[in-house]
Design a protein around this ligand. Structure first.
Ligand code: AMP
Length: 430
């Protein structure tokens, strides 16, 4: 199948060819014709499947088809809501890239950027808005934008919007849209909450499922390293140095943890930047830019900050901490092995995280292969050996916070020779 066969016009075909795309991805093959027909779509597609183009290309075509070039100011006819600023930036860039030969104007409306500039741009008029919900509501309250002409609404990464508590904002925005419109909902996973939300906002939708639900990309090789928490950083430095990895996205649980790990890796001589929600937008953009251009080889990120990052052919993802929400494992792994390239996803799992690992494997319905010899004293990842986080003790009724304490250092050290070998490798990596 080709993009021509999907019924896209010449201006879009030219833009797509300039992106280097030859064949439409499965989600594009399925969703584009349906959206062009005007159908509402509920698509289960994760990042990396080409989902952005699958809604942006037909959206551009439909809006261009009946665009009035004399309409002044331009009216917002396409609205794309996304959960994070980073994703907004990427979708915005995609809309510009794919729509470069069409007379449509797009604006991005996100928190963390100057509201004054956005206000000016919105008042000047545009055809498409890519927005995070909170900032869009600010503009709606200030009457900087009118959504009563929206013809197509896209909710991208709806599951994440739900997780992040954006649904009340989304509903408020939707109450200002015309009832008669086309709505498209994209979600990496489609839990029941999303299904029931979808049934309330979509009109007789067609369901498009690409990657099997709760599956990870086939071309990602996954492994679990069972390791005591205190040696995770050392093992990570060793893996990066000894394999000479040039681009690694490392996930941590907290912002503080991201800053700490960034500092430690830099001390180990590894070029590293951190990305998390406490950083200014400028600092986030800089970290991302450095990572994309190879100025740093490691980006340490929290889940929210990393959501939607689109880095071509990211080869390595490391879960330094396992995610709290099992679905996030799938999102994280979705960073690698994108659009046909292969990737490697490693999880450094300490016994205190055995429960999280068990929940992830339950969701995946399979076991992630374990690395037999990590070079460190083996640790148990059996849930039976670790009390569940904050579970009250059967006898005393007291909650167990043991996992939050610094684990014992006894019995987990690697042999001295092994540690020396690692120090040498690390130095070699500088
Ligand atoms: P997405 O799932 O929208 O985040 O897209 C993931 C990556 O796939 C992006 O880098 C896109 O530029 C790329 N991509 C999208 N469609 C295609 C295609 N048909 N062929 C090759 N790469 C694509």
């Amino acid at each position: 199948m080709t993009f021509e066969q999907l019924g896209l016009p010449g201006q879009l075909l030219k833009a797509v060819a300039e992106q280097g795309y030859i064949t439409p991805t499965p989600v594009q093959q399925k969703a584009i014709p349906l959206i062009l027909e005007g159908r509402d779509v509920l698509a289960g597609a994760q990042t990396g499947t080409g989902k952005t183009a699958s809604f942006t290309l037909p959206l551009l075509q439909r809006l261009a088809e009946n665009s009035d070039p004399h309409q002044k100011p331009r009216r917002v006819r396409g609205l794309i809501l996304v959960p994070t600023r980073e994703l907004a930036a990427q979708v915005f860039e995609s809309v510009i890239a794919y729509g470069k030969y069409l007379p449509l104007h797009v604006e991005a409306v996100v928190g963390g950027a100057s509201i004054g500039v956005q206000t000016r741009n919105l008042r000047r008029g545009c055809d498409i808005v890519v927005a995070t919900p909170g900032r869009l509501i600010d503009h709606l309250q200030q009457r900087n934008v009118n959504l009563s002409n929206v013809e197509i609404l896209v909710l991208d990464e709806a599951d994440r919007m739900l997780d992040m508590g954006f649904m009340p904002d989304v509903r408020q925005i939707m109450s200002l849209l015309p009832k008669q419109r086309q709505s498209l909902l994209f979600s990496a996973t489609v839990p029941n909450a999303i299904k029931s939300f979808a049934s309330s906002v979509l009109n007789n939708p067609v369901e498009v499922e690409v990657a099997k639900q709760n599956a990870t990309a086939d071309n990602v090789s996954e492994r679990v390293y069972g390791i005591s928490r205190e040696y995770k950083r050392e093992l990570l430095s060793y893996l990066i140095g000894s394999n000479n990895w040039q681009q690694v996205l490392v996930f941590v649980r907290t912002k503080h943890g991201a800053d700490r790990l960034e500092k430690q890796l830099i001390e180990d001589g590894i070029r590293t930047a951190a990305l998390h929600g406490d950083k200014t937008q400028g600092a986030r953009n800089k970290a991302l830019e450095y990572f994309k251009t190879g100025k740093v080889s490691v980006l340490v990120a929290t889940d929210i900050a990393a959501r939607g990052l689109d880095i071509d052919e990211l080869p390595h993802v490391v879960n330094f901490d396992l995610p709290q929400v099992p679905e996030d494992y799938i999102h994280r792994i979705g960073r690698t092995g994108r659009a046909g390239s292969s990737g490697e996803a490693l999880s450094l799992v300490c016994p205190e995280e055995a429960w999280q690992l068990a929940e992830i494997e339950k969701l995946l319905k399979r076991q992630i292969p374990r690395v037999a010899d990590t070079g460190y004293e083996p640790v148990s990842l059996k849930v039976a050996d670790v009390p569940k986080k904050n579970t009250p003790d059967k006898n005393t009724g007291k909650k167990d916070y043991r996992h939050t304490k610094k684990p014992s250092t006894r019995g987990a050290k690697p042999a001295q020779g092994e540690r020396n070998k690692r120090s040498r490798v690390k130095k070699g990596a500088r």
